[in-house]
Design a binder for this molecule. Structure first.
Ligand SMILES: Cc1ncc(C[n+]2csc(CCOP(=O)(O)OP(=O)(O)O)c2C)c(N)n1
Ligand SMILES: [Mg+2]
Length: 358
């Protein structure tokens, strides 16, 4: 029995084992079966997300971004590995920490920064902010701040994909905290019984706001909920883009073939606090000293860079060159977002209520 900080025995069982241990999986990625061009393109995608989120962190720090910003720095391999198996015909739904989900399927930097700054050029026309991203042209059908809220919508989209019969799938991204919402369990049951083409992707970063999973759940692997609903699942190192992509390949392929829903649990860790740019504070609570430093050794970007350099597919300074190139693209997109207009006040109720066409 483990006694938690409130002094009661939780009966907590560590079912993730090494996957939840930041000292494991710290070496360079195994690229034995992986094409260098593929790995390089995934590295570019991950760096684009990381640098864009660093920019958003700066905007939050300076107060220029006035919406709450939830950064997923450290978790980039999940969205990039999952998106490697998706097309724009698929229907992807995110949540409050979804910059990566949007960018990984090809969402634009202009639309992202525009939205974060509340400008008309934003992906939701500046009416939503960081937690309301939308890009149906790239398959991203929306993110919302209410924890778990998009899970049943994605399940409905899975039903629509099945009725369309064109081989598209739905994807629902959510966190380990959302696994505590009833919505997930109803959705898993429906997806299972109707054999829906949907993949539930749980980014298990071991925290919901400032609360460690061992204070909230009796076990730390959430894939047990999929098993309970007879949904096929994989639990993988979410900081390994190859492992995520392979697991997603299996689940997405089966869903497209009519074999029903899948559940991907990707174990990862966010480097910043729950909301905002700080590394050391989670919603006013100090983070465990040393834990972040330990998790940074499992950096999904550095591990891929090391593997590519060892193979001779990337120069020693290759990642630095890529990073400064992406930073320049981000700076240009940010300049355009700064120059764009705010939506006029007369648009305030647009997109809130359905208007009857007379
Ligand atoms: C229904 C609901 N309850 C609580 C909140 C407040 N809240 C926002 S994010 C969050 C943590 C969610 O944790 P998780 O699902 O693990 O996602 P993560 O933040 O770790 O990415 C909470 C409790 C909310 N937005 N909606
Ligand atoms: Mg979480």
């Amino acid at each position: 029995m483990v006694a938690n900080q409130y002094g009661y025995a939780t009966g907590f069982r560590d079912t993730l084992g090494a996957l939840a241990d930041p000292n494991a999986f710290t070496g360079s990625l195994d690229l034995a079966q992986v094409d260098s061009a593929w790995a390089l393109s995934k590295l570019r995608d991950m760096l684009r997300i990381r640098v864009a989120e660093e920019v958003i962190g700066e905007l939050a720090q300076s107060g220029e971004a006035r919406c709450p910003c939830h950064l997923g720095i450290g978790q980039e391999a999940v969205a990039v590995g999952v998106s490697a198996q998706l097309t724009a015909a698929d229907r992807i739904f995110g949540a409050h920490r979804s910059h990566s989900h949007y960018l990984a399927v090809g969402g634009g930097l202009d639309e992202l920064f525009g939205e974060v700054l509340g400008k008309e050029t934003g992906s939701s026309k500046g009416m939503g902010g960081s937690m309301h991203l939308y890009g149906p042209e790239v398959g991203f059908h929306g993110s919302v701040p209410i924890v778990g809220a998009t899970i049943p919508i994605a399940t409905g989209a899975g039903l629509a994909c099945k009725m369309d019969g064109a081989g598209a799938i739905a994807v629902s991204y959510f966190g380990d905290g959302a696994a505590e919402e009833g919505l997930l369990h109803e959705s898993l049951n429906m997806a299972s019984i109707l054999k829906l083409p949907i993949v539930f992707v749980c980014e298990n970063n071991l925290f919901s706001s400032h609360l460690d999973i061992h204070l909230r759940q009796p076990q730390n692997s959430v894939a047990r909920f999929a098993t309970a609903h007879a949904v096929r699942s994989h639990t993988v190192d979410g900081n390994d883009v190859v492992a995520v992509s392979r697991a997603m390949d299996d689940l997405a392929t089966r869903a497209r073939r009519g074999e029903g829903a899948g559940f991907l649990e990707a174990v990862t860790y966010r480097w910043r606090g729950h909301v905002g740019p700080n590394e050391d504070i989670d919603v006013g609570v100090r983070r465990q000293p040393g834990e972040l430093a330990a998790w940074k050794k499992r950096d999904p970007v550095r591990r891929l860079v090391d593997a590519l350099v060892a193979r001779g597919a990337l120069a020693e300074n290759g990642a630095a060159v890529l990073t400064s190139d992406i930073r320049a693209q981000c700076d240009e997109a940010l300049l355009r977002a700064r120059q764009a207009s705010y939506p006029p006040i007369s648009n305030l109720l647009d997109f809130v209520y359905q208007r009857d066409e007379q």
